[in-house]
Design a protein around this ligand. Structure first.
Ligand SMILES: Nc1ncnc2c1ncn2[C@@H]1O[C@H](COP(=O)(O)OP(=O)(O)O)[C@@H](O)[C@H]1O
Ligand SMILES: [Mg+2]
Length: 269
């Protein structure tokens, strides 16, 4: 369990976290928000890299952390990189080998153990990053933008790694991509401007936008009533997807998680 209570963080005059309060239990949580919303800063606070200016954080003892930028020594092999982290995590020497290979297997990199880090693709380096986060049976896993730079096949593989963790640790992954939380997470925490706007399931977010999303024929654009927010222009069907609290010319559309997200981010139009 992870408890974050009234956490504030500033850099100079700039308030980056403005009283974040969260209780996370078992399961996979998606920390969703646009760039600059404070995701990395919050992760660093939880991982103990930063000390918040105010508030408290209670974490379990064993934390696995994949930073947003996971760089490593290019000369080391994959195995040596893992051994380095195993040593940092004080995993007893006799247990290291098994555990390293187990974690590499989880990300399908066991056959790359002897390759140098410098010879791996970007996606593979991220996977080593995930593997090191899994070392030491963490009760809490923090992954900051874990799918950034992964190709579709690697994304799918990552999704499988995450589903295999279900029922085990608390997993928090940050992303600015709605699809990522939709496909990977049981719970979504929406962070914006350093505060939590809402917390719930994908269905909760969808439900928020129910009755507010319209599909409007493009030729009725001039009949739209302000205020509204244009989500998308769908050229193939000649329609506009519009978010609004007011009735609009066109049909109500089935809301998506993205619609719910936009409703929060773009204000309550
Ligand atoms: N070390 C730092 N010094 C000054 N400002 C920072 C620092 N780290 C982050 N920020 C600022 O804090 C805000 C949140 O950044 P960050 O936590 O990286 O957001 P996210 O991960 O959601 O993109 C941004 O406006 C960013 O410019
Ligand atoms: Mg970030």
């Amino acid at each position: 369990m992870l408890e974050v209570s009234h956490v504030e963080m500033r850099f100079g005059q700039k308030k980056v976290l403005r009283g974040v309060t969260l209780t996370l239990r078992q399961g996979v949580y998606g920390l969703l928000g646009p760039n600059g919303s404070g995701k990395t800063t919050l992760m660093r606070c939880i991982a103990g890299v930063y000390h918040p200016a105010a508030g408290t954080i209670r974490t379990p003892e064993r934390i696995g952390y994949l930073p947003q930028r996971f760089g490593m020594f290019k000369q080391l092999t994959v195995y040596e990189t893992m051994a380095y982290f195993a040593a940092l995590k004080q995993i007893p020497a006799r247990a290291q080998r098994n555990e390293i290979m187990e974690c590499l297997e989880q990300v399908h990199l066991a056959d790359r153990a002897k390759d140098r880090m410098g010879a791996l693709s970007g996606g593979m380096v991220r996977r080593v990053g995930i593997a090191q986060a899994l070392l030491g049976h963490p009760e809490l896993i923090l992954a900051d933008e874990p799918t950034a730079g992964l190709d579709p096949e690697e994304r799918l593989r990552f999704k499988n790694v995450i589903s295999n963790l279900r029922g085990g640790p608390t997993v928090v992954l940050s992303t600015h991509i709605v699809e990522d939380v939709e496909s990977n997470c049981d719970h979504i925490v929406l962070l914006y401007g350093g505060t939590v706007l809402t917390e719930g399931t994908a269905d909760d977010l969808r439900a928020r936008a129910a009755g507010k999303v319209y599909s409007v024929p493009a030729d009725k654009r001039c009949l739209l009533q302000q205020p509204y927010h244009l989500l998308r222009e769908e050229a193939e069907t000649g329609t506009l997807r519009v978010l609004s609290n007011l009735p609009q010319p066109g049909n109500l559309a089935a809301p998506t998680v993205e619609d719910g997200y936009m409703l929060y981010i773009r204000g309550r139009t």
